[in-house]
Design a protein around this ligand. Structure first.
Ligand SMILES: Cc1ncc(C[n+]2csc(CCOP(=O)(O)OP(=O)(O)O)c2C)c(N)n1
Ligand code: SF4
Length: 253
């Protein structure tokens, strides 16, 4: 019996587009596990036919054919108003906007601020890998103090460039009642999936804006091996960006 015959087939989410697998992300990239958690949550909630998924500019756009759901791709941060428009036109859809920290917190940040302020009933997942991944690892609003990137070769100087941007904390401050806000990490898959599923449930219950930032690795631009990628997410990033639920409807957190 060959190795293939003896191996169990991988158990893949039903909402995956199998034709686009293996996916296009670099080995060890955090986008893959975030998208898997989104796909598993879609399956468990039975919403595959209702999802309208929007991906942004940046490595997130490599997910344009990742899922077998209705998909649209938009410019930096504009994914948020595009999905807002789809949801307002048809409130029965489940609108998901997916983007990186460059798209959400820098180049298209105005869209995040205003959608959050209006408490739009959509769900936004933002992957924070502390740099601009797709364009070769430039400094992003989330780059850690002292972190070396292509545009901060001596390490980020916060006196000069400001402190790393705290997205979920900002969203929690500007959203009204009914919003769900959390920060997750790819280093804790079970918790990450729980927050992702809750953010989708919050939209299904019609409560308010739902936002999850996810700490993730970009080993290609960080130039890290598996061990150092993990250590940076679990130690350096999680020490600065506090992981947990920040705003939950009807609950003090
Ligand atoms: C207005 C504008 N400025 C710059 C670019 C070039 N650009 C394309 S992707 C990208 C970085 C995206 O980084 P991020 O949103 O953090 O996503 P990641 O690739 O890290 O997942 C940039 C700067 C662009 N496409 N449009
Ligand atoms: S460049 Fe970074 S964010 Fe983009 S696919 Fe590769 S590891 Fe992922």
């Amino acid at each position: 019996m060959s190795v293939e015959e003896k191996s169990l087939p991988p158990k893949l989410p039903k909402s995956y587009n199998l034709e686009s697998k293996p996916h296009k992300f670099c080995p060890g990239c955090g986008h893959g596990s975030v998208l898997r958690a989104i796909a598993e949550s879609i399956d468990e909630l039975g919403i595959q036919d209702r999802v309208v998924y929007g991906c942004d500019i940046g490595c997130s756009l490599l997910s344009w054919d990742f899922l077998s759901v209705d998909t649209v791709q938009a410019h930096h941060g504009r994914t948020t108003p595009v999905i807002t428009g789809a949801k307002r036109a048809n409130p029965n859809i489940v609108g998901i906007a997916y983007m990186g920290d460059g798209g959400g917190y820098a180049i298209g940040s105005q869209h995040l601020v205003n959608a959050a302020n209006r408490n739009e009933k959509i769900t936004l997942f933002l992957v924070n890998n502390s740099n601009y991944g797709m364009t070769g690892g430039q400094m992003a609003p989330t780059t850690l103090p002292g972190q070396k990137t292509e545009t901060s070769p001596y390490g980020r100087d916060v006196e000069d460039t400001g402190k790393p941007f705290l997205g979920p904390e900002m969203v929690a401050a500007v959203t009204g009642d009914g919003a769900y806000v959390a920060r997750a990490s790819t280093s804790n898959y079970i918790q990450m999936k729980k927050f992702i599923k809750r953010a989708l449930e919050n939209q299904l219950e019609g409560k308010g804006f739902s936002f999850v930032e996810i700490l993730a690795g970009c080993p290609t631009n960080w130039r890290t091996d598996a061990k150092d990628t993990w250590a940076r997410i679990e130690n350096d990033m999680a020490n600065f960006f506090k992981v947990g639920e920040i705003k939950v409807p009807g609950k003090e957190v």
